[in-house]
Design a protein around this ligand. Structure first.
Ligand SMILES: C[S@@+](CC[C@H](N)C(=O)[O-])C[C@H]1O[C@@H](n2cnc3c(N)ncnc32)[C@H](O)[C@@H]1O
Length: 280
């Protein structure tokens, strides 16, 4: 296995195991947290008048389901994700709300989409995990009709998003084994560098590329904070392997690091993102 294949295998393993399960268990809470982004994407669908929408890295399906409600029964809303547990929940939700949304469990880099079968490709934090991003975006462009659009929301840098890395920074002195975030690797911050994102989209054949900062106020109930930090991100992956005493010790320190974000019963932070748009 070469380095590229390994990176992809690592992501497949992660999203089918710890990360995927953490997102499934926290579906309602995460969807509430990231609802402002869902609204933004639904507005993008309405504005574009797209009828056939593809949601990449759709996870447990919230944005795809919202888009399905927007396009109605004459339209198509397809969510694609590499995580079996997340897609299983997305399908369950579609059935529960009698939605026409369809879900595909596959790798967006290699899935054989019908050519020109979508008017719009959207994503809420689902396109930063590819080992070969140019290949992935070229595949998505082929799936998009000529003149069709891409609207993807991705994270800016860890420095712009101190809330997102507060837990691992606070825990680092206790847990040197926490995986370090590397800007050149697939992961949450892989699209932090705007120039890199521009180059990826250009090389994969997209045009009229516009990448603008998007700052969104996010809130989470204070009582969900412990669960949030102990199950998600690099710290979440390590904490589950610790004994109870050590876990409690680390969590105490981590809680202190979040104090600046706690306002009464609420945790507030700004999500610093890019809104990347392009045309096929
Ligand atoms: C941060 S989650 C976002 C999930 C969802 N968009 C949301 O906002 O709730 C990232 C998602 O990207 C998916 N993903 C990672 N690599 C992928 C790939 N190569 N093809 C399709 N999906 C992928 C993961 O399984 C995960 O569900």
């Amino acid at each position: 296995m070469n380095a590229t294949q390994r990176a992809n295998a690592d992501q497949i393993a992660l999203w089918n195991d710890t990360a995927g399960r953490a997102w499934v268990d926290r579906q309602e809470s995460l969807d509430r947290l990231f609802e402002p982004f869902e609204e933004l994407l639904v507005e993008a669908v309405a504005r574009s008048k797209a009828q056939r929408v593809l949601d990449i890295g759709c996870g447990t399906g919230s944005t795809t389901l919202a888009v399905a409600r927007q396009v109605g029964t004459k339209g198509t809303a397809v969510g694609l994700d590499i995580s079996e547990p997340m897609i299983a929940l997305a399908r369950e939700r579609a059935e529960r709300e009698n939605s026409q949304a369809r879900f595909v469990c596959a790798d967006a880099q290699t899935y054989a989409f019908d050519a020109a079968s979508f008017d719009l490709v959207i994503s809420r934090f689902g396109v930063m995990f590819f080992d070969d991003s140019v290949r992935a975006f070229a595949n998505l462009r082929r799936a998009t009709t000529k003149g069709g659009e891409l609207t993807a929301i991705v994270w800016r840098s860890p420095a712009d998003n101190p809330f997102m890395t507060a837990a691992e920074r606070a825990a680092a002195p206790f847990l040197p084994e926490i995986p370090k975030r590397r800007p050149d690797e697939p992961g949450q911050f892989a699209f932090a560098d705007r120039t890199r994102v521009q180059a990826i989209l250009e090389k994969s054949g997209w045009t009229e590329i516009a990448i603008e900062p998007l700052d969104v106020a996010c809130t989470l109930p204070k009582h969900e904070l412990d669960d949030y930090v102990s199950r998600l991100g690099p710290l979440g992956r390590v904490l589950s392997q610790l004994d109870e005493r050590k876990r409690a010790e680390v969590l105490d320190t981590v809680r202190t690091a979040f104090a600046p974000y706690v306002h009464g019963d609420e945790v507030r932070f700004t999500a610093a993102c890019w809104l990347a748009k392009a045309r096929a």
